[in-house]
Write a protein that binds this ligand. Structure first.
Ligand SMILES: C[S@@+](CC[C@H](N)C(=O)[O-])C[C@H]1O[C@@H](n2cnc3c(N)ncnc32)[C@H](O)[C@@H]1O
Length: 261
C-alpha cells in the first residue's frame, strides 16, 4: 500500500484549474505556483511554459485562485509563496499581480510578507543585485478569518518576525531549501519546511485541512500531516509521486491519531 493512501491525505494527479473533485472545505491554502517561463515540469498541461504569454499565465493562475476561493471555509486564508520574475530583461511584479487579481476574485489582501533568505546566492537572472527575498502573499476569504497566535516557533535562526511578547511581524527569515539530496534532485523549487510549518500553525488548528494546488515534492503535505492537520492537493506531474512517498514515509498515521486525542 502506498504511503499516500492515508485518511489524512488526498492527492489528485490533475490540473488544479478545475477542482470539482474536491470534497472538503479547506481552512487554508498554502502553495507556491509554477513560475512563468522559468522551470519546465515536463507536462503538456503545466502552467507557466515558455510559449504562454505572461497574461495568459496569470489568467490560468486566476482559475486556480478562483477554485481555491470557492473551496475555502468562510474563515479561511490563502498564502502564496512567490517572487518577482524576469521577462526578457524586464522585472515582472508577479506577487503584486497575483495579489491584485486575487482581490478581484473576492479575496481580501492581508499582507505581503517578505521572506528574507540570508543564504540565497546569485540566481538564474542577470540582476545587478543578489535577490535575497521572496514574498508570501497573504489573503483571506473574509475579514473574520482564523489567525492563530504563535507560541514558540521552530525557526532556529535569528528572526525579525519574532519579538518577545509582540504579535508576529511580516519580515520572516528562513534559509533557502536545496532541492536535492547529494546528487539526487528531488524538485526544482521546494520551499523550506520551517516556513510552511509557521503558516500551517498560524492559519489552521489540529484536524483542519490544508489545500495545496501545486504540491510538487509535497512540502505542504508533510508539514500539515506532521502538525496533525489533514492535507488535500493537486499536482499535474505524477513523476513526483515517488518523491512525495519518500518524504512522507517517515510520518505514521498515528501522528494524526495522537494529535486528535
Ligand atoms: C513551484 S512548484 C511547487 C513546489 C512545492 N511547493 C515543493 O515544496 O515541492 C510548482 C508545481 O506546480 C506543478 N504544476 C504546474 N502546472 C500545474 C497545474 N496546472 N496543476 C497542478 N500542478 C501544476 C508543477 O509540476 C510543480 O511541481
Amino acid at each position: 500500500m502506498s504511503v499516500l493512501d492515508r485518511d489524512d491525505l488526498t492527492v489528485f494527479w490533475e490540473t488544479s484549474e478545475d477542482m470539482s473533485s474536491l470534497q472538503v472545505s479547506p481552512q487554508s491554502v498554502i502553495t507556491s505556483p509554477p513560475y512563468w517561463d522559468l522551470k519546465d515540469y515536463r507536462h503538456d498541461d503545466q502552467i507557466g511554459v515558455s510559449d504562454e504569454s505572461y497574461e495568459h499565465y496569470l489568467d490560468r493562475l486566476d482559475a486556480v485562485w478562483s477554485e481555491c476561493y470557492d473551496a475555502l471555509d468562510e474563515s479561511g486564508t490563502m498564502w502564496v509563496v512567490v517572487d518577482t520574475v524576469m521577462d526578457r530583461g524586464d522585472l515582472r511584479l508577479l506577487p503584486y499581480h497575483i495579489a491584485q487579481r486575487a482581490e478581484e476574485i473576492g479575496f481580501t489582501l492581508q499582507d505581503m510578507v517578505v521572506w528574507h533568505k540570508p543564504t540565497a546566492i546569485a540566481g538564474m537572472t542577470a540582476r545587478n543585485t543578489v535577490n535575497k527575498k521572496e514574498y508570501v502573499v497573504y489573503l483571506s476569504k473574509s475579514e473574520e478569518h482564523k489567525f492563530n497566535e504563535l507560541g514558540s516557533d521552530e525557526n532556529g535562526v535569528e528572526d525579525p518576525a519574532i519579538e518577545e511578547g509582540k504579535p508576529l511581524g511580516n519580515l520572516w527569515r528562513f534559509p533557502v531549501k536545496r532541492g536535492s539530496v547529494g546528487n539526487q534532485v528531488l524538485h526544482k523549487a521546494p520551499y523550506p519546511m520551517s516556513l510552511i510549518n509557521r503558516i500551517v500553525r498560524v492559519s489552521t488548528d489540529e484536524g483542519d485541512t490544508v489545500l495545496d494546488p501545486f504540491l510538487g515534492s509535497g512540502t505542504t503535505a508533510y508539514s500539515a500531516l506532521d502538525l496533525g492537520r489533514r492535507c488535500v492537493g493537486y499536482e499535474i506531474n505524477q513523476d513526483f509521486e515517488s518523491v512525495m512517498e519518500d518524504r512522507l514515509s517517515d510520518l505514521s498515521q498515528s501522528t494524526l491519531d495522537n494529535a486528535w486525542q
